[in-house]
Design a protein around this ligand. Structure first.
Ligand SMILES: Nc1ncnc2c1ncn2[C@@H]1O[C@H](COP(=O)(O)OP(=O)(O)OP(=O)(O)O)[C@@H](O)[C@H]1O
Length: 226
């Protein structure tokens, strides 16, 4: 296995508030990694640095063997659009668009023609048990349905990496587990590496490996003294 993305000794502060204080983590291609840790420990900040949304104050991020943090914003934004997928806690579907248009969005942004983008998007509805919901808007979907639509949107462009920040955080535990089942099997099928932030052990249990963030640093669980 080879490392696809890596943070080395990353620091990041929001003004005077340090969020990361020397965080390092390496993720193997095809791996499903759960980032756990208490509230405010720096999990989301680490995810955003890995995804090239935030630029570390110091340290390095590498993706596919090349520095990501030193790229210009336009290059990082192309990389996010073309190689990365995202799923967030509250789905964040565009309310004006139908479910299928939401799923097609990453393809349309990458320049895929509308008919072909919608066709590829539609295929995900059967796959995720969303048949018949293609034309609904986000306000007409249950939380679990909306999150499955968000998952389809995150995976439709077959990203190399999927970043998922508390993807089940707004769902009840049964629905959350169904979404995780779908996320893990779809990611494995297309060989997508997944970096998942969660504070729930039962959600992290779906991952191949867990790391723990505490006070802005990453520890492997076996190094944690509780
Ligand atoms: N936009 C922001 N402005 C200022 N401080 C922030 C901002 N976002 C996060 N922080 C601070 O940075 C630190 C790390 O936050 P982060 O969101 O990465 O933690 P987290 O582990 O993801 O927390 P949670 O589990 O509660 O989502 C915290 O002290 C937080 O208050």
């Amino acid at each position: 296995m080879s490392v696809v993305i890596e943070a080395r000794d990353v620091t990041f502060a929001f003004g005077q508030t340090p969020a990361l204080r020397g965080a390092s983590v390496a993720v193997e291609a095809g791996e499903i990694l759960a980032i756990m840790g208490p509230s405010g420990s720096g999990k989301s900040t680490l995810l955003h640095c890995l995804a090239g949304i935030l630029v570390p104050d110091s340290g390095e991020i590498s993706f596919a063997g090349a520095r990501l943090d030193t790229l210009a914003e336009t290059q990082r934004s192309s990389l996010r659009r073309d190689r990365f997928g995202f799923v967030f806690q509250f789905g964040q579907l565009v309310p004006e668009l139908t479910a299928v248009e939401n799923v097609a969005l990453p393809l349309l942004l990458s320049g895929v023609r509308r008919t072909s983008a919608l066709e590829r998007a539609k295929a995900w509805f059967a796959r995720l048990g969303l048949d018949g919901l293609e034309e609904r808007r986000s306000g007409e979907l249950s939380g679990g349905q909306a999150q499955r639509v968000a998952l389809a949107r995150g995976l439709v462009a077959e990203p190399q990496l999927l970043f998922a920040d508390e993807p089940t955080g707004a769902l009840d535990s049964l629905t959350g587990e169904q979404v995780m089942d779908l996320l893990v099997s779809a990611a494995r099928e297309q060989g997508t590496t997944v970096i998942l932030v969660t504070h729930e052990a039962r959600i992290a249990a779906y991952a191949d490996r867990e790391v723990m963030v505490r006070d802005g640093r990453v520890n492997a669980p076996d190094r944690i003294v509780s």
